[in-house]
Write a protein that binds this ligand. Structure first.
Ligand code: SAH
Length: 217
């Protein structure tokens, strides 16, 4: 007989691992503790939900590695009054983390299937301050701009101009920047009076940011 899997030990280890790797922002750690990652992965992978690894989701995409989610969120410096844009909804996990820290989260995904599933999942879990749209995030999401914070969770070869334009004065944008073949670098841009100020951070590997709404579902 298979024992039901008790994930409380995994979850404690998960938080300790994030701390050990240098995540120290309490709001980030709290959000990572509160969002049930097992509900964002495919049922077959539920037992691996608290391992520090990216996992496959539908449409050939991935839910990012928890450490990278926590790291990018920490670098984004989200505050309770912020309106945040995410490009690349995927499973909705990063959006859920942001929703615990920000006033409102807008997230855009090029696959309708993923956007619809993420919307339903977030609604079922009670994350009510997240709006998910299907579309090409390379064009930004002008309807709700400007944004205090922008996070891109797919690899961009260049800084998307529309996103830079939709960033509020004093705003911060965090994205993986580099060739689609990888590796890319997490880069943090701060919008000041003289334009974007750049800071290079850790090396990562993300799925590519691709133009256009996906034609397949
Ligand atoms: N943040 C997600 C993981 C994202 S994987 C999570 O927490 O699960 C990257 C996602 O970006 C994929 O779902 C991919 O389809 C999407 N994507 C790639 N290019 C895009 C674009 N131009 N606009 C919107 N979404 C895009």
């Amino acid at each position: 007989m298979n024992e039901p899997h008790d994930d409380s030990v995994d979850r404690m280890e998960f938080l300790l691992g994030l701390r050990r790797r240098g995540i120290s922002d309490q709001a980030v750690l709290r959000a990572m503790d509160e969002v049930p990652r097992e509900r964002f992965v495919q049922p077959d992978f539920a037992e691996d939900a608290y391992a520090d690894q990216a996992l496959p989701i539908a449409c050939g995409q991935t839910i990012s590695q928890p450490y990278v989610v926590a790291y990018m969120t920490e670098q984004l410096d989200v505050r309770p009054e912020h309106r945040v844009l995410e490009v690349g909804t995927g499973s909705g996990y990063q959006a859920a983390i942001l929703s615990r820290m920000a006033k409102e989260v807008f997230s855009v995904e090029r696959y309708r299937t993923l956007a619809d599933a993420a919307r339903a999942r977030l609604q079922a879990l009670g994350f009510t301050n997240v709006v998910i749209e299907t579309g090409d995030g390379l064009n930004g999401v002008p309807a709700h701009a400007p944004y205090d914070r922008i996070i891109v969770t797919a690899a961009a070869e260049n800084v998307p101009e529309a996103l830079a334009a939709e960033l509020a004065e004093g705003g911060v944008m965090v994205l993986p920047l580099g060739p689609h073949s990888g590796p890319q670098r997490i880069v943090k841009f701060t919008k000041g009076p003289n334009g974007l100020e750049r800071q290079n951070l850790i090396w990562v590997r993300f799925v590519p940011l691709l133009p256009g709404q996906a034609r397949e579902l």
